[in-house]
Design a protein around this ligand. Structure first.
Ligand SMILES: [Zn+2]
Length: 240
């Protein structure tokens, strides 16, 4: 009969612009997501240098960790920020002697000159993760890519990122993160540490000391966990 079904012929004229708008909206959302994804893997957008006095302290419960793990307190805000965004579990932080004569962290497990010996590095696995590179490691892989978007080029303030492609590191093993810091002897505290800002800087924390500091106090007898007397701004070799 050739009778048009009611409404069919006219409907596209009415709805096509709407469909186009929906298409444009989808394209916009996808573009926004792509931009977000690119930003999400770009690493910290800013850093600051902290001259506040360092101290090796226990890692608080808000940052999942192995019992007894310690770090320089100046990286705790960054670790807390990371723990709120990634399911991190710290397996080792500071490794070395304490002023009390005790020992923190694993013993003789890091290479000479390791940032672990200054409390400015952490080894990370996923909370509840095993030794198999499975889905539980995906957030840790994202964190590794955030800290080091391109191989061999960690985003400041990170000094060295050990993960896939680095011997003894990677998915199913562990992620190593080090923070930039002043050159310092092993088992001593760096004069400054570079971090990414997570809130207002404490008064004076970002300013280098104006006056020449008095001579550093003599370290206590025995293993030192004391203050660095090194005043140079260079960096030690990259060692985990
Ligand atoms: Zn490490």
């Amino acid at each position: 009969m050739g009778v048009d079904k009611p409404g069919v012929r006219n409907r596209p004229i009415i709805f096509r612009p709407g469909i186009e708008r929906i298409g444009l909206a989808i394209a916009f959302v996808c573009t926004a997501l792509l931009c977000w994804a690119a930003t999400a893997t770009a690493g910290p957008t800013a850093t600051r240098t902290v001259y506040a006095l360092g101290q090796i302290v226990p890692i608080p419960a808000s940052i999942p960790h192995e019992a007894g793990d310690m770090v320089d307190r100046r990286i705790l805000p960054n670790l807390r920020w990371l723990a709120q965004r990634y399911p991190i579990y710290v397996t080792d932080g500071y490794s070395g002697p304490l002023p009390t004569g005790e020992h923190a962290g694993c013993d003789n497990c890091h290479t000479r000159g390791s940032d672990h010996h200054n409390g400015l590095a952490v080894d990370i696995v996923p909370v509840g993760g095993g030794t198999k590179c499975d889905a539980s490691w995906a957030p840790i892989t994202r964190l590794a890519l955030w800290a080091e978007p391109r191989p061999g080029m960690p985003s400041p303030p990170f000094r060295w990122v050990g993960y896939d492609g680095d011997a003894g590191h990677g998915c199913g093993h562990h992620l190593h993160l080090s923070w930039n810091h002043a050159v310092v002897a092993e088992f001593e505290l760096a004069e400054w540490v570079e971090v990414f800002p997570v809130g207002p800087a404490p008064p004076g924390a970002e300013k280098p000391p104006r006056k020449k500091r008095p001579a550093a106090p003599k370290p206590p007898p025995g293993p030192s966990g004391g203050i660095s007397t090194v005043r140079t701004g260079g960096l030690a070799p990259r060692i985990d």
